[in-house]
Write a protein that binds this ligand. Structure first.
Ligand code: UTP
Length: 294
């Protein structure tokens, strides 16, 4: 039985260049999908997966994230004095939701470097990593699915999904062999190798790494041992490749739909689909879309 995962790291110190100019002065994690910032979807997923301690790695210009999860006395006072109980509950719920700590990454030196920044707050226990701009809609929270596989193997587990060959070079890709889990050989893989952003022809499979990980603390030694890789950044994939020499790592093809909300088209798709599903907006929004006669 492996140790319980209590903490989740949210790296949010990237520059968000794909979303400029919106991300010039505000973090992409605060862009709203309908009416909730992207990062709140990830935080709620962690909570619904049984994780309450959230560590957000922030960088320059990211104070909006801290403010969002903080108590806003002025706003609460105003809503209370105007009798806006529903809105007050929504606002309070955000700040009551989690136990959150922040750590700075002074320079965007890569995802691996951002994870390494959280090492002191994590200590010697397994932990989750959530990249909030991968928004995953699923019946069982994607992170919960990964945690169940971690509980079984007591090893690091990475979320993967099948991606068309022509898009594969945008991802970290696993070379992996299917293993039996819960009587099926369909979703869990033991990783043989990992490649960051391979060309279409060099990709060892069509299984791309998506932004959910359950890691064990040895990853910190690996991240310290490796040299900067692609883009002169410390890549998490390179750290995992290093760790693979000393212990098994698994991949899990999660159930659910993933939206790349850090990309303009992915963000628009998520916005439309989430709005259509809302009780308060779905019907009029559907009628509006139909009226466009595309
Ligand atoms: P991305 O690859 O999406 O990079 O990072 P980015 O800088 O955020 O966005 P683009 O590609 O320029 O538009 C994946 C995740 O890793 C975090 C990001 O915040 C994002 O959650 N990250 C990346 C860091 O925290 N620090 C880094 O140095 C790099």
């Amino acid at each position: 039985m492996s140790a319980k995962v209590r903490k989740a790291v949210f790296p949010a110190a990237g520059l968000g260049t794909r979303f400029l100019p919106a991300t010039k002065a505000q973090p992409k994690e605060m862009l709203p999908l309908v009416d909730k910032p992207i990062i709140q979807y990830g935080v709620e997923e962690a909570l619904h997966s049984g994780i309450q301690n959230i560590i957000i790695v922030t960088g320059r210009g990211k104070s909006a994230i801290e403010d969002h999860f903080d108590v806003s006395f002025e706003l609460e006072y105003l809503l209370e004095s105007r009798g806006k109980k529903d809105l007050l509950a929504i606002v309070r719920n955000v700040s009551d939701m989690i136990n959150v700590s922040y750590i700075r990454q002074k320079e965007a030196l890569g995802l691996g470097h951002a994870v390494l920044r959280a090492s002191e707050l994590i200590g010697a226990e397994p932990f989750a990593v959530v990249l909030a701009d991968d928004v995953i809609d699923s019946e069982t929270p994607a992170l919960r699915q990964l945690l169940d596989v971690h509980d079984f193997f007591g090893a690091p587990v990475l979320a993967v999904m099948e991606v068309p060959r022509e898009n594969i070079s945008a991802y970290g890709v696993v070379d992996a062999e299917a293993v039996s889990h819960n009587g099926s050989k369909d979703r869990v893989y033991r990783i043989r190798d990992l490649v960051e952003k391979p060309s279409k022809d060099d990709a060892p499979s069509n299984l791309a790494i998506i932004g959910r990980y359950v890691l064990t603390p040895e990853i910190f030694d690996s991240l310290q041992a490796i040299e900067p890789g692609s883009g002169s950044e410390i890549q998490l994939t390179d750290g995992l490749k290093h760790l693979l020499h000393s212990r098994p790592i698994y991949a899990y093809r999660f159930e659910g739909t993933r939206y790349d909300a850090g990309d303009k088209l992915g963000f628009l798709k998520a916005t439309v689909e989430f709005a259509l599903r809302r009780d308060d907006l779905g019907a009029p929004f559907r009628a509006y879309l139909k009226s466009l006669q595309l």
